[in-house]
Design a protein around this ligand. Structure first.
Ligand code: B12
Ligand code: SF4
Length: 557
């Protein structure tokens, strides 16, 4: 079978269109801007590997990266280029030159990409009516009953799809295939999507999966050097020399956080790769791609502390301190102790991110059901700092049931915690989560599900309006990460200069980032550079919204 796995531009059609208009107008708004950098599509790599092992001809077409590259290379700055020309040049051309794609598999990990995936499916149906279109990932797994009636997908595979996509590709030519699908609990088609016996597939023994090798991915080395994870604000690790690869040592999470949807695909039962499997895979990544930055993406890497330490020991035994290690999704605070911190430090952990979510005990216990003890958070932070490891935290405000004062508690907690960076995000209901169901039932969601991403859209409840949450989030971010920045307070001006210069590379006109650079330069006695920065600030201050902020925060220039 000739199979193409397609990664869509990972945003809604509306966002893509707006982004193109913004590019044409030379406009950049920090509160709305999102990170467009490509990420290695790990799920599709797993699928590609198993399909190749079963002798299929597999290609990955990453339209997210293609969109990013077009954006970076000024494609959309040209008058005649828009979203239609983008899809024509990347999808129409592809299907014209590969006129025998038997199966197009669309990866749809996030709600936010639903409209784009549907747009792509409709286009493929037109371009290549004989191609079977299948979809998988979090969004179709959770929403198939609503998606299937649109008639855009032939099949949706629910849950972890490695075994099922192999089964489908093997059997699809069988004349009895429709009957077979009826009996398959993990795949839905037009006839079976309303059946109550369908459920997400789960890979029982992770080690049976072939390595998610990078050979299936065109431009693999470029991802390793320039992916979304190659720059992280608030950690002064020099990423530019890194080759970063995301890995999963386990799947699943037993916790029941009400805002999370991960369990709908990966389940609540934690399954582990053996440490030998992981070390062999890492060996492949090092030998073939010189990977030296491991991004461990498990939902809960330290679920078993013993295994986590075993992993560190074996990795250290083979590679010493060769790697930089990161946990982009954060580590579970409750199971973090000195032994584990030291084990991780030994194999290259320079900065840790902890998922705190809320600084209010009531929200922790009754709204999120995360039950994190905030005093323990403080103790663990001190432990991490004691070992000279950088520390960041994730926070979210605007949960259903939260009041404005509870949100302020989170901001105050973040101010108090004294760490390197605090990512304060606005709650967005994720399809598949308990809170999504509640938001829908109560009619709290404003706009389309696909618009619920980053700071872009929020919910309104009787306790707060979406606008108020945005204001609290904006204000919290400015106060916690800029005006009270730890590096500036501690007079670590050199590090502060590096941190904020990184930020202005991404958001060139960020007033507070320039302000922080100015303070950092003055603090180092770099008078001439500080003067330049001061001039930039004065220019930015002429903008009306910046002028208001200067007034609000009493900034003296
Ligand atoms: C890494 C990651 C990212 C990365 C990169 C994702 C990527 N391109 O691979 C980045 C940083 C970009 C990211 C961003 C976001 N993420 Co994220 N992310 C993850 C994470 C941690 C791992 C994804 C992964 O690689 N899993 C491992 C592989 C093996 O599993 P998989 O990708 O799910 O693939 C399997 C199945 O889904 C299925 N499948 C996947 N593709 C396909 C295709 C076909 C054809 C088929 C049949 C099957 C299939 O089979 C695969 C193999 O088993 C997950 C959590 C998790 N544990 O999965 C969250 C997760 C996917 N992210 C989530 C969210 C919400 C986001 C954001 C929207 C966050 C936000 N509010 O801003 C952003 C937005 C994305 C964007 N537009 O940029 C949610 C999605 C839930 C939902 N219903 O929308 C998740 C589930 C986290 C959660 N706790 O709920 N994310
Ligand atoms: S948010 Fe993290 S800890 Fe909570 S259920 Fe999801 S993956 Fe597990």
């Amino acid at each position: 079978m000739n199979i193409t796995l397609i990664i869509p531009p990972n945003f809604s059609i509306q966002m893509l269109k707006e982004e193109i208009i913004n590019i044409k107008n030379g406009y950049c708004d920090f509160t709305k801007s999102v990170d467009w950098s490509p990420a290695i599509p790990i799920g599709s790599l797993y699928l590609a590997s198993i399909l190749k092992n079963n002798n299929h001809d597999v290609h990955i077409l990453d339209l997210h990266r293609a969109f990013f590259k077009c954006r970076e290379e000024g494609y959309f700055n040209r008058f005649e280029k828009d979203l239609t020309s983008f899809f024509n040049e990347h999808l129409t051309e592809y299907f014209k030159s590969n006129n025998c794609v038997d199966i197009a598999g669309l990866s749809c990990l996030f709600n936010v990409v639903s409209t784009t995936v549907e747009f792509i499916a409709a286009l493929i149906k037109k371009l290549s009516p004989k191609t079977t279109i299948i979809a998988g990932g979090h969004y179709p797994t959770n929403m198939y009953k609503e998606i299937m009636p649109k008639g855009l997908f032939d099949y949706i595979i629910l849950g972890e799809a490695e075994e099922q996509i192999t089964w489908l590709s093997k059997n699809i030519k069988s004349i009895k295939f429709n009957e077979l699908v009826q009996d398959n609990p993990y795949i839905v088609d037009q006839k079976t999507f309303q059946s109550e016996s369908k459920q997400p597939a789960s890979i029982a023994e992770l080690d049976v999966l072939p390595f998610p090798i990078l050979e299936s991915l065109p431009y693999a080395s470029d991802y390793l050097e320039n992916s979304i994870d190659s720059e992280r604000v608030g950690t002064n690790v020099k990423k530019k020399t890194f080759k970063s690869m995301s890995i999963f040592t386990s799947r699943g999470c037993p916790m029941k956080c009400t805002f999370c949807a991960s369990h709908k695909v990966h389940g609540r039962k934690v399954r582990f790769h053996s440490i030998d499997y992981m070390i062999n895979y890492i060996e492949y990544l090092v030998d073939k791609y010189e990977v030296n930055n491991l991004l461990i993406q498990d939902d809960m890497f330290n679920y078993s502390k013993k295994r986590a330490i075993d992993f560190c020991n074996k990795l250290y035994h083979k590679y010493g301190d060769y790697f930089n290690i990161e946990f982009p999704n954060g580590l579970a605070v409750w199971n973090l102790d000195e032994e584990l911190i030291l084990g991780l430090k030994k194999v290259g952990l320079k900065a840790i991110t902890i998922a705190v979510e809320s600084g209010n005990e009531y929200v922790q216990k009754n709204i999120l059901k995360k039950n994190l003890n905030l005093n323990i958070v403080k103790q663990k932070v001190e432990l991490v700092k004691k070992h000279n490891i950088g520390i960041r935290a994730f926070y979210v405000i605007g949960f259903i049931g939260e009041t404005i004062s509870m949100m302020q508690d989170t901001i105050n907690f973040a101010l108090d915690l004294d760490i390197d960076w605090s990512e304060i995000k606005i709650f967005t209901p994720l399809a598949g989560s308990e809170m999504y169901e509640l938001a829908r039932k109560k009619g709290y969601m404003l706009g389309d599900t696909s618009e619920h991403v980053f700071g872009r859209c929020a919910i309104s409840t009787p306790d707060f309006s979406a606008e108020t949450v945005k204001e609290i989030q904006y204000d919290g971010n400015i106060r916690v990460n800029f005006l009270n920045n730890k590096l500036i307070r501690n007079k670590q001006y050199k590090e502060a200069e590096q941190t904020f210069k990184k930020l202005v590379q991404k958001v060139p006109n960020h007033f507070f980032a320039h302000w922080a650079i100015w303070i950092a330069l003055k603090g180092q006695g770099k008078t001439e550079f500080a003067e330049n920065e001061h001039n930039i600030l004065k220019e930015l201050a002429s903008n009306i919204s910046n002028a208001k902020l200067i007034d609000k925060y009493n900034i003296k220039l």
